[in-house]
Ligand binder design. Structure first.
Ligand SMILES: [Zn+2]
Length: 230
């Protein structure tokens, strides 16, 4: 069967999601499943509206690994991409298509990102310093927790690390709406890595599902608002 006429491709095209390059039928089916999980929150008809009537194109990054990256309308997935990866990158895509307004609104609503004007340049300095020291033969990783992005009044979707920031917060919250059980596991795991300061990150202890958490409520409301009314 011609790739473009394959039913999964066709369904994705109808929702303005396009696959370029060689995707196996299994991959196309997985992509469709993730998109349909998202559509179960907005309705399939509303999906193009959710993405501001802009297309989304998926590419292989042709890199080893399990993550991805998003640039403009293009999402690049690593060779061993997971469903969570795609959900996360769709979050970035959603944020970008609305001029990063979702990220700003989430940050304000949760009062996250305290002292970020100071922490962000210091985190960049930290990474520069780490690379610099590595060249001198110091192998230790520098990771100052005091510089991590502050998640504010509500538990973060899956914990915080030194790469966490307002954009990642939004993308993780978006992914957590699609895969709340995965987010719950990730949040519990993040707590296990750290000391008691991070105990409130384990939102699964207080809430049954991510959409019950303050962040989940805000994200859910935003996803619905960027769709036409029912
Ligand atoms: Zn990301």
């Amino acid at each position: 069967m011609n790739k473009e006429t394959a039913p999964d491709h066709q369904k994705l095209t109808q929702m303005d999601v396009h696959l370029t390059g060689d995707w196996t039928p299994e991959e196309a089916a997985r992509i469709l499943k993730v998109i349909q999980k998202l559509a179960s929150q907005t309705g399939e008809q509303s999906l193009p509206t959710l993405f501001n009537h802009r297309p989304t194109t998926l590419h292989h990054s042709n890199r080893p690994g399990r993550v991805g990256h998003t640039r403009g309308e293009d999402i690049y997935l690593d060779n061993e991409w997971t469903d969570w990866t795609l959900a996360h990158e769709l979050g970035h895509r959603w944020n970008i298509t609305w001029g990063r307004k979702p990220e700003l609104e989430l940050r304000h609503a949760t009062r996250a990102g305290k002292l970020e004007w100071l922490k962000r340049p210091l985190r960049l300095f930290e990474k520069w310093l780490e690379r610099f020291l590595k060249r001198l033969g110091f192998k230790n990783r520098i990771d100052w927790q005091a510089l991590w992005y502050d998640p504010g009044d509500a538990p973060p979707p899956c914990g915080v690390d030194r790469n966490f920031n307002a954009s990642e917060d939004l993308a993780e919250s978006f992914a957590a709406m699609i895969f709340p059980q995965d987010a719950k596991r990730r949040a519990a795991k993040a707590v296990g890595r750290l000391t008691k300061q991070s105990e409130h990150w384990n939102w699964g202890k207080q809430f049954t599902s991510f959409d019950q958490t303050p962040r989940g409520k805000i994200t859910h409301q935003k996803i619905r608002r960027h769709s036409p009314p029912d």
